[in-house]
Write a protein that binds this ligand. Sequence first.
Ligand SMILES: *[C@@H]1O[C@H](CO)[C@@H](O)[C@H](O)[C@H]1NC(C)=O
Ligand SMILES: *[C@@H]1O[C@H](CO)[C@@H](O)[C@H](O)[C@H]1NC(C)=O
Ligand SMILES: *[C@@H]1O[C@H](CO)[C@@H](O)[C@H](O)[C@H]1NC(C)=O
Ligand SMILES: *[C@@H]1O[C@H](CO)[C@@H](O)[C@H](O)[C@H]1NC(C)=O
Ligand SMILES: *[C@@H]1O[C@H](CO)[C@@H](O)[C@H](O)[C@H]1NC(C)=O
Length: 948
Amino acid sequence: MDTLKLAGTIPSTAFRRVGPRRVFLFPSLIAISILLFTFYRPPELSNYVVEFHGDAQLSHSQWDKLDAHLQRCEELQAPWQTYDFPPSANRTNPRWKVSSGQKQTVVLRNVTVFDGDSILPEPVDIVFAEGVVQSITSSGANNFDAVANTIVHNYHGHFVTPGLVDMHSHHLAIPWPSLESYVDDNEINEATGPLTPMVRALDAIKPYDIAAKIIASGGITTSLILPGSANIMGGEAYPVKNFLRGGEYGEEIVEELLLEHGIAKENRRRYLKMACGENPRRVYHHTRMGNAWHFRHHMARAKELREKQDAWCAAAGIARQRKDSAAAATLLAEGPYAKGGLPEELELDSSVAMLRGKIGINVHCYEQEDFEDMLLHSEEFGFRIQAFHHALSAWKVPELIKSSGQNITIATFADFSLYKKEAYDGNLWAGKILTEHGVPVAYKSDHVDENTNARYLLSQAATAHSFGLSELLALQSVTSVPAKSLELHHRVGYLKPGYDADIVVWNSHPLSAGANALQVYIDGKSTLEEKSFSPEAADNTKPGMRAETAAEDIKLFCEHPKRDESIVVTGIKNFYLDTPDIKPSASFNLTMVINNGKISCLGDQDRCISTTSTSRVITLQNGHVLPGLTTISDTLGLAEIESEETTADGYADRTANVLDPETALYTKYGIHFEGKAFNRARIGGVTRSITYPYGDGFLQGVSVGIKTAEGGNPINGGIFKDDVALHISIGQDAKSSLQTPSVSKSIATLRRILNDNKGKDTLYGKAANGKIPVVAHSENKYDILQLVKIKYDFPKVNLVIYGASEAPAVADEIASAGIPVIFNAAHSAPSEWEKKDLLVGPPLTISPVQVLLESNVTFALSLLPGHDWHLANLPIEAAAIAKEAGISSKQAIDLISIKIDDVLGLQKSERNSDFVIWEGDPLEYGASVVLTFDGDNREVVGCWPEAE
Ligand SMILES: *[C@@H]1O[C@H](CO)[C@@H](O)[C@H](O)[C@H]1NC(C)=O
Ligand SMILES: *[C@@H]1O[C@H](CO)[C@@H](O)[C@H](O)[C@H]1NC(C)=O
Ligand SMILES: *[C@@H]1O[C@H](CO)[C@@H](O)[C@H](O)[C@H]1NC(C)=O
Ligand SMILES: *[C@@H]1O[C@H](CO)[C@@H](O)[C@H](O)[C@H]1NC(C)=O
Ligand SMILES: *[C@@H]1O[C@H](CO)[C@@H](O)[C@H](O)[C@H]1NC(C)=O
């Protein structure tokens, strides 16, 4: 912020308080003096001559003090440093050190580069040394063989990007596995209240959080570590590089994690975290009105201090210039301004920096009214907002956001949403909509648990791309856009000469399903073991985007199918159904005929088409036919907005006697067949859900089998199976129950239930007799072994393990006992102690799914609980898992469809016989469901769900 403008706002009263021998100034003079002040430099001490003025004398040390404070004035008032672009190729990386930095020059030969702006037209060779990119030149002409001290990697055309930048993460402040005693994200305290701009994430960072390594393996090299969002002003945030123990002695040192390590502390960038709306409202019991008032009240204090500072600095500048000892003495005396000298208050330091435009303001803010309010505050007090974070409703008001003129970045999620009121308007097309209005969009993680695992940041860009964000904007959204928003784009977010050597080599196009890092360099140092890869296999095919089809065309198209007796679909490239009577002919371009909801022919057009004459023909370019997929959920149909109790069924009574089967909840009585998550399921080709009661505690209750098609209800077949399984929990979640306060008690209780109810015709009797499966939710390997033991002791019980994060560690035992598993931890994380030893998967470990397969465990896959928002991507998850585990697409699809029926022992008539016709390959991003068929009623139950 420029000083001139503010000079006009200094109240004249401020000057009257200077002292008995007042510095006499006209307001216009103030402006001039501040201008002069900008160029003012304290003289060298040796040249310094004290001139006496009036009756006051000032000692040398007093003048020195005045000069020191004037120096501080200069620091405070100097405009925020910006950088020249592009950085020169010979710049040094301040993080680099002789002893611990990149030692050998590295050459990545023959790579396809996205450089932060665009994809270079031809393959290049990248050279980097001492943590800085030296050159990027056209591949082929160079000969590096003879260059000393150089490592050359030939990547045969593989895709390379700058290290990804995540502008919102809480790792290091809350390390994995999370333990109560070191959750240091929110300063929640009655004494300090919701305004804590004075606290710093720096003081929370634990430089040994294993999450940093996991996150880096996803290609994220830079993260902004912010305080949490409980407070209106949460505190200062710090950018780090995700490289642990990278310093000279390999010790766990916070300073060495900081991106600006090596730069003088006073010259480092600053960031402030703020929050609107629901969180501070909930935590401090204010309304939005109270939130706003407390913030404005605080900012008024900061503004007053800033004005006092500017007035002091102006007066001191003039006193210095005129060598006016009396004025100087007054300015240094105890007085109403400050305790001798330039007024400063540590508590208000970052708030004043806000008003001086010297701290990047990042505001957690979701909804349109909250953006508007925060923009009002920014106008009232004169601060610029760097980014609105989360901001899931921003797509509704892009012009409002633009109208601020502040070029505010929307740092958001691609599909994570729906979990609370503020998140309920999340839109899968938001990235496309916002960027079409010229609003910069960045994707970020909000890392702390599996829902927000930063390791999967890139998949958000890929998801956004599949929903219409262009390839370049999608790649920029996790590299250069966040880097620019954070004003770190002179070092990171780009892959060009002069940038930090933070580089990721990918095994496929970075926006494709299951893209994984082959290598990640941070400051030029590799972070992954070198992996072998097939030189021919650089498949950089860009995945598609969903076809843009006019709403009227879709409407017209979708009006038909329900009435259609016979439908012909041409252009089918892949068919994944197990149909004993229909075997596709060898042809790649198949035609399928559906008569009365049943496939009557599948093969060459000539063979199939003759059987029908009056059919409607659907012509696909890249048709795929998949079985309807099944999800396992504790919320779908039960809790629409998880944090809003009135939108949900409710919890079990945790004080009830769990030995009494009457206390079990039956989900079948609570299902509502509507909500936004249902639509996400339909977009993902998910036609069924096994929904079990949510909440923790030992006894969860009985799951129901429901259909996700529109218009379902409990009396028209929306429920395909009333009582699927009895769900109980063995592990940390169960400890909240009054009667099972420990894991051991939960195990004993399960044993007692199975032992005491044999032969009874109750729910527990059926469970004991194997008439209804017992699905035991369990994560820890020792808890799982207790279940294995129970299976041996109660062989009749139809036991299923669900969750099973650490199952790979005891896979042989599970397989030998013949216990089927519903595994939901293929892309999970060691976020909790009880699953600290799970396998995080490639590129750091073997795929946990591969371990289960190789041990011959019978299993199916599902998303983690609370992931209904992710259902549109269920086939993509399966595709990524298939790539990582080295299994076929067919196997992957089976694991999220028929295998679930197998594991839960569904009867033939209860099994999922739905099928879904897609345009595009659903195992790659960008495919759309065209028609959904219900296998029981043999009818079309869905048409183009993404248009809903
Ligand atoms: C670095 O490069 C710039 C031009 O890009 C040049 O002006 C400068 O002298 C170089 N500095 C060093 C130390 O080589
Ligand atoms: C780069 O790799 C691709 C794929 O292996 C190969 O076809 C091409 O010839 C290579 N280019 C150079 C310059 O080596
Ligand atoms: C706005 O911000 C984005 C992202 O930080 C940046 O790419 C763009 O150049 C900025 N536009 C202007 C006009 O400053
Ligand atoms: C697939 O078959 C249909 C019908 O026979 C034909 O019209 C279409 O051109 C074929 N497409 C390809 C890619 O071969
Ligand atoms: C898994 O099953 C296959 C095929 O039956 C068998 O060859 C293999 O040895 C089994 N693996 C284990 C670990 O039991």
